[in-house]
Design a protein around this ligand. Structure first.
Ligand SMILES: Cc1ncc(C[n+]2csc(CCOP(=O)(O)OP(=O)(O)O)c2C)c(N)n1
Ligand SMILES: [Mg+2]
Length: 363
């Protein structure tokens, strides 16, 4: 691995304060874990793209490559009992939250060992034991759910927070404003984390946004702190999310964070090229500010990592992702007889009986 630190000191977002010299007080082991999580996210997506081309993964598949600093910086700041909810570009969030690469890959393959037993696929990673609440395909649909989670936390008198990831297209969806309004009015511990990767499918966000600074969308709501951050810098993300979590836990107040970032690949595997909507130069400019190379160089410069150690971690993560693909390949498809299972909750027969009882009573 060869990286030149000068290339990564200035971010394309104009944030010059890239290097956080004290690493936010993280130990070297913790920094290595941050790096490992970013690398596994990157290598996992590369493997997913490769097997997708062979036809083993079907349906939608949106890759996260380039945005790793956002998921890793944010999720590693959480406690295990906090909640995470996200949109369809969800593989990295699931991995970083602790889902095994095997379970994520098997879900992509539509196999029974996937986290959603193969019924969900790429957009529907879910694991209640990790408080990982999905994986949602409808743009903006999960923000009201995050508000519901935040409300439940307050109602039960807990000190958890709900971290909600979403894309830049969401700021033009009605549910975005309804959610901000309720979270601010009811003082809910929700961290709204907008990943502004500059595009919603092939649409440049600046072409459709009447408010150019996306973070300013939050200014209308009293009690909501709005802030933007360099989303290519894992420590910068971690720092603002730590502050937001603290605000949520102690003051029960929501925060709206805009992380400026970029997806290296097309919108989905159906748009594998860089498309006609952005230039090669633009992609290259963001790639030259790569979050993994930037952070590893920072660690190397601080004497916390050697190039050999980086290569070892990288190789280990490549092996883990290869093994995940093999695991998924060997996992069976769900039985046809189970196709109507998991559509409704296990309580469904009870719910039906209750509904029938109500009908009788009120008819
Ligand atoms: C309500 C709704 N409208 C349209 C779509 C189709 N659609 C899927 S992804 C997408 C773009 C979303 O972009 P963004 O929120 O920026 O997230 P990104 O893909 O960049 O992560 C659209 C319009 C959808 N899923 N839901
Ligand atoms: Mg986007």
């Amino acid at each position: 691995m060869t990286v030149k630190s000068e290339e990564f000191l200035t971010s394309p977002t104009g944030n010059q304060e890239r290097a956080t010299p004290d690493f936010l007080g993280l130990s070297t082991e913790e920094c290595i874990e941050v790096l490992r999580l970013m690398i596994v996210s990157r290598r996992f997506e590369e493997k997913a793209a490769e097997v997708y081309q062979t036809g083993k993964i079907g349906g939608f598949c949106h890759l996260y490559t380039g945005q790793e600093a956002v998921a890793v910086g944010a999720i590693t700041a959480l406690r295990p009992d906090d909640y995470v909810i996200t949109a369809y570009r969800d593989h990295a969030q699931a991995l970083v939250r602790g889902m095994s690469p095997n379970a994520v890959m098997a879900e992509l393959y539509g196999r029974v060992d996937g986290c959603s037993k193969g019924y969900g696929g790429s957009m529907h990673m879910f694991d209640k034991s990790l408080n990982f609440m999905g994986g949602h395909g409808i743009v903006g649909s999960h923000l009201p759910l995050a508000v519901g989670v935040g409300y439940t936390i307050r109602y039960q008198g807990e000190e958890q927070v709900c971290l909600c990831f979403f894309g830049d297209s969401v700021v033009n969806i009605g549910a975005f404003h309804e959610s901000m309004n309720m979270a601010a009015r009811w003082k809910l511990p929700v961290v709204f984390l907008l990943e502004n990767n500059q595009y919603g499918m092939g649409t440049d966000v600046q072409r459709v946004a009447a408010v150019k600074e996306l973070k300013d969308r939050g200014l209308a709501y009293d009690g909501l702190t709005s802030i933007d951050v360099d989303g290519m810098d894992v420590l910068a993300v971690r720092q603002v999310v730590e502050e937001a979590i603290d605000r949520g836990r102690t003051e029960k107040l929501p925060t709206f964070i805009e992380a400026k970032c970029f997806r290296y690949m097309g919108h989905s595997m159906a748009d594998p090229s860089h498309g006609t909507y952005r230039t090669k130069e633009e992609v290259e400019k963001w790639r030259s500010d790569d979050p993994i190379l930037g952070f590893s160089q920072l660690m190397i410069d601080a004497g916390r990592l050697t190039e050999e150690e980086y290569d070892e971690i990288d190789q280990e993560m490549i092996t883990v992702c290869e093994a995940a693909a093999e695991f998924a390949d060997n996992s069976p498809f769900p039985d046809h007889d189970t196709i109507y299972q998991y559509i409704y909750s296990d309580r469904y027969p009870d719910d039906l009986r209750r509904r029938d009882a109500w009908r009788k009573e009120f008819s």
